[in-house]
Design a protein around this ligand. Structure first.
Ligand SMILES: Cc1cc2nc3c(=O)[nH]c(=O)nc-3n(C[C@H](O)[C@H](O)[C@H](O)COP(=O)(O)OP(=O)(O)OC[C@H]3O[C@@H](n4cnc5c(N)ncnc54)[C@H](O)[C@@H]3O)c2cc1C
Length: 462
């Protein structure tokens, strides 16, 4: 059957408004990072239920039709790019909250629910979904699960994997695997949900999830601290862990040029501390004791200054100031606009080596002709550092040169080329720098046994 005849079969499952093809596809723009481009696809399908997803996938499997899955499209690794022969399935209409269990502290929702909407919904019930990252207003929970997203609170609450209790997913042959249990403990055989977490949509389409929630903390305080020495960053972390461990929910780092650009005249952010230090640390404290929490937090910050662990610090005096301080960290993505072209990295490095490795990488990048701006920042407490690198050209040779500098330095310290964003299409070539040939072969074996026709997100990851 010619490919576009599958559209006739889709019409037996979906109403016309849920199938975009031909002329109607032209109105659909596909947002890749900073640019809107025309979506290339045979058709874009917008199912409203798991049964519809299953029926669509079954047809695709019967007719060897390749599928690309779209969540909130915020990935930075080319995972959702499609061509004119591929069917795109977007989960955007499957965004319902199915149930909130206040006593059991869980939420069950469809995979197209936007992360920020889930956060706000459970907040009304005094519950916290600790997933927190810059793209939370667009990213969907299905996308976060499929990429095992991290963010600003990983060292405290873990990656998305740690928050997933149950999953419903559609396999590449249309079978629905549903295990929407709210159990912390279940050792009855293989933990199958792990197949779908972090596998970037190559093994199944996630349609529903059960997430673990926490009681909403009542207080939140923020401090921005500065030092010139990486050992002091580590000492500050140790001090915070010793003194306020259960209340420490954020510990993020910006290098000097990233900070100074974020508080320059070009942005709206206040320069809370002078921009002549080497490191800027963003600390978040959350607790439940209105009376004492502020004093407890202030005490440990002041003690760190007195002991010379940090050179300077400021504590947000009210909610507005806290939001502004965190904005300097959370909005770093705007630095990608500094130059016409940019490359993004999210590497993992052993925490104690971060200072020297980032210095070495930055030095090598500076010597690389064509690199115009270098902005390092990241989740220092869990070893995940990001780079936004600005360039005036999109030259492939320059791209490879930059990749080589970052990834070989990462490889040398047994790091990972992707701490959170995944592999997608963009990093496939470099997977071998971080996983052994045997590991990659095992991934291929799993893919082959679940998706023998290679129809689901083909060509991504492996
Ligand atoms: C400003 C900014 C900040 C970011 N910060 C972070 C950060 O701190 N931490 C972090 O981890 N990431 C971060 N990201 C990356 C990105 O937001 C995450 O990877 C996010 O989880 C992607 O979700 P999404 O819904 O946008 O998925 P998409 O981009 O649509 O898809 C990502 C992958 O998952 C697949 N997929 C999507 N939905 C499903 C589904 N229901 N079932 C199966 N497969 C599916 C897609 O095919 C694709 O392979 C950031 C991105 C931006 C733009």
């Amino acid at each position: 059957m010619p490919n576009n005849s599958v559209i006739t079969l889709f019409r037996e499952i979906l109403d016309d408004s849920s199938i975009l093809s031909g002329e109607s596809l032209k109105s659909r723009f596909y947002h890749i990072w900073k640019t809107d481009v025309q979506l290339e696809s045979l058709c874009l399908l917008l199912p409203r239920s798991t049964d519809e997803v299953s029926a669509i996938v079954k047809i695709c499997n019967d007719y060897n039709q390749e599928i690309i899955i779209h969540g909130g499209l915020t990935n930075l690794v080319g995972s959702t790019i499609s061509n004119k022969n591929q069917v795109v399935i977007s989960l955007e209409k499957m965004n319902k909250i199915v149930e909130i269990d206040e006593n059991g502290k869980t939420i069950t929702c469809e995979s197209g629910a936007i992360i920020e909407d889930i956060i706000n919904t459970v907040k009304d019930k005094d519950l916290l979904l600790p997933l927190n990252f810059g793209a939370r207003g667009s990213a969907q929970i299905g996308g976060a699960v499929s990429t095992n997203a991290g963010g600003l609170r990983v060292f405290k609450y873990g990656m998305t994997r740690n928050l997933v209790m149950g999953i419903e997913a559609v396999l590449p042959d249309g079978t629905v695997i549903s295990s929407l249990k709210k159990l912390m403990k279940d050792n009855s055989g293989y933990d199958l949900k792990q197949l779908f977490i972090g596998s970037e949509g190559t093994l199944g389409i996630v349609t529903k999830v059960v997430l673990r929630l926490y009681r909403l903390p009542k207080t939140r305080y923020t401090s921005l601290a500065a030092t010139n020495n990486y050992q002091n960053v580590l000492d500050l972390f140790k001090t915070m862990e010793n003194k306020i461990s259960s209340n420490l929910t954020g510990f993020e780092l910006l290098w000097t040029n990233t900070y100074s650009q974020m508080v320059s005249d070009k942005t709206l952010y206040n320069k809370y501390l002078p921009d002549n230090y080497k490191y800027y640390i963003f600390i978040e404290y959350m607790g439940g004791d209105f009376e004492n929490d502020y004093n407890k937090f202030e005490e440990v910050v002041l003690e760190s200054v007195d002991k010379g662990i940090i050179d300077d610090a400021v504590i947000g005096k009210d909610e507005k100031e806290q939001v502004n301080i965190w904005g300097i960290r959370e909005d770093v993505a705007v630095l990608a606009d500094e130059k016409e072209f940019d490359q993004h990295f999210d590497i993992s490095i052993p925490v104690s080596l971060i200072g020297e490795v980032i210095d070495k990488i930055s030095l090598e990048l500076k010597e690389c002709e064509g690199v115009k701006t270098i902005f390092p920042f990241g989740h220092v407490a869990d070893g995940n550092i990001h780079f936004i690198i600005g360039k005036d050209s999109d030259d492939d040779k320059l791209k490879s040169e930059i990749n080589e500098i970052i990834y070989s330095n990462t490889e040398k310290v047994d790091g990972s080329i992707s701490a959170e964003h995944g592999i997608g299409l963009d990093k496939k070539k470099y997977l071998i720098k971080t996983r052994s040939q045997d590991e990659i072969e095992l991934m291929r074996l799993i893919k082959k046994s679940i998706d023998p026709k290679n129809i689901l997100n083909p060509g991504r990851v492996i």
